[in-house]
Design a protein around this ligand. Structure first.
Ligand SMILES: Cc1cc2nc3c(=O)[nH]c(=O)nc-3n(C[C@H](O)[C@H](O)[C@H](O)COP(=O)(O)OP(=O)(O)OC[C@H]3O[C@@H](n4cnc5c(N)ncnc54)[C@H](O)[C@@H]3O)c2cc1C
Length: 376
């Protein structure tokens, strides 16, 4: 629909489409699960698509990460299954700090199995009392003997309980650092998070004086925020990509309904207000797609520096997806309200996108600061 991506991405889209088709029969079941669906995970590993999350030197696909490629894959996967999309996305979200800040040894130890998809990754930022305002976080690296212990609790962590490691942001003195905590290390405990309106593999992770050595650090002491900003620079664009896929699926389902259902003696798409809802949705989706793809291209060079543009794409696309799926429910009438109807599922899944990886209201101040700089 509307925008033609550079042909260089067609193979990737075809591969993602083949994976989505293979997973489609499992989608309703998998999207209702709060644990990893083994069949979906296997299909993802077999597809080899997780290799886009890691540089070629460590088993990945391209010389370096391509944020647009990741967004393009998420766009396809999310249209079929949020569970599949999350499993794919987390491989990059959880491992980016290793790629960007890890030592050669850490990269060789962890990245090949992340690239193959066999080892699941996680990023632990959020805490029970801290979400958007990460500078308030309480998890700390406390000096102990020759090294440190990690003390604190993370909440709402995707892949908790399934991941092999947690890339974890912690306070260290006056700054913040990221450490890689293997999931099987003494003192790491996972407890379930309450189930969400659209289930998700989530848990809380407690670090009870977990022993941390310098070999566990990702990047230098105090470099934690820079690694997190780099992660967000790449992966906010991918949330935008997933939002496009969700909106596309909702718009297609609503359009099919509107062209086949007869109201007042004619297909309902010929009723002015219905046509307007669908037309607005298509226009908004097409605009978001342009913004997302251009942010993807920009972020390839420097994800951290292009963060305001990644944030803009995420803001625009997630808000757009919310409106498009809401209209899709409206156009579908009672049918779109039935549990596990495609549109009902998308409606529930869309909601979190405006909250995680930067709530819309938390993104706007950073975008406005960039605007002030650009205007001068
Ligand atoms: C499905 C799902 C998966 C998640 N996975 C992970 C994960 O893997 N790792 C992880 O670390 N976290 C994860 N999270 C947590 C997520 O990152 C947080 O929910 C998010 O950062 C927002 O934090 P909060 O929910 O505490 O909201 P709060 O920070 O309490 O914000 C509440 C609301 O306040 C408003 N607000 C926030 N900041 C501002 C501001 N500056 N100006 C004006 N208004 C503002 C917004 O409307 C916001 O929605 C996940 C969450 C969900 C729902």
């Amino acid at each position: 629909m509307a925008f033609q991506l550079d042909p260089a991405y067609s193979d990737l889209q075809d591969e993602a489409t083949a994976l989505a088709r293979a997973v489609e029969p499992l989608a309703v079941e998998a999207d209702a699960m709060s644990e990893v669906h083994a069949g979906v995970h296997r299909a993802l590993v077999d597809s080899g698509l997780t290799r886009v999350m890691v540089p070629a030197a460590y088993g990945g696909r391209d010389e370096r990460l391509d944020p647009l490629a990741i967004a393009v894959v998420r766009e396809v996967l999310m249209a079929t299954s949020s569970h599949l999309d999350s499993l794919f996305a987390l491989q990059g979200i959880g491992s980016f700090a290793i790629t960007a800040g890890g030592t050669e040894e850490q990269k060789r130890r962890w990245l090949p199995s992340v690239a193959s998809g066999e080892t699941l990754a996680a990023l632990a930022l959020t805490e029970p009392d801290v979400g958007s305002d990460l500078k308030a976080l309480g998890t700390e690296l406390v000096p102990s003997g020759d090294g440190f212990v990690l003390r604190g609790r993370k909440a709402f962590i995707s892949n908790a309980g399934a991941a092999a490691f947690y890339s974890t942001l912690a306070r260290e003195g006056d700054g913040f650092s990221v450490v890689l905590v293997p999931a099987d290390r003494d003192g790491v405990r996972v407890t379930p998070t309450p189930e969400l309106i659209a289930p998700h593999v989530l848990g809380d992770v407690e670090f009870d004086d977990v022993v941390i050595t310098d070999e566990d650090r990702l990047g230098a002491p105090g470099q934690g925020f820079s690694l997190v900003l780099g992660t967000l620079g790449v992966f906010r664009i991918s949330v935008a990509g997933a939002s496009l896929g969700l909106a596309q699926a909702a718009l297609e389902a609503a359009t099919r309904h509107a062209t086949t259902r007869v109201l007042n003696g004619k297909p309902m798409i010929r009723l002015g207000e219905v046509a307007a809802m669908l037309a607005d949705s298509w226009a908004e989706l097409s605009a978001s797609r342009l913004l997302t793809y251009s942010a993807g291209e920009r972020a390839r060079e420097d994800p951290e520096a292009s963060l305001p543009y990644s944030s803009m794409a995420k803001l625009h696309a997630s808000e757009m997806a919310g409106r498009v799926v809401d209209r899709a429910v409206q156009v579908s009438g009672r049918f779109g309200l039935v549990r596990d109807h495609k549109i009902e599922r998308l409606y529930r899944q869309a909601r979190a996108m405006r909250i995680y990886e930067g709530a819309s209201e938390a993104l706007r101040p950073g975008i406005a600061r960039e605007l002030a700089k650009v205007v001068g």
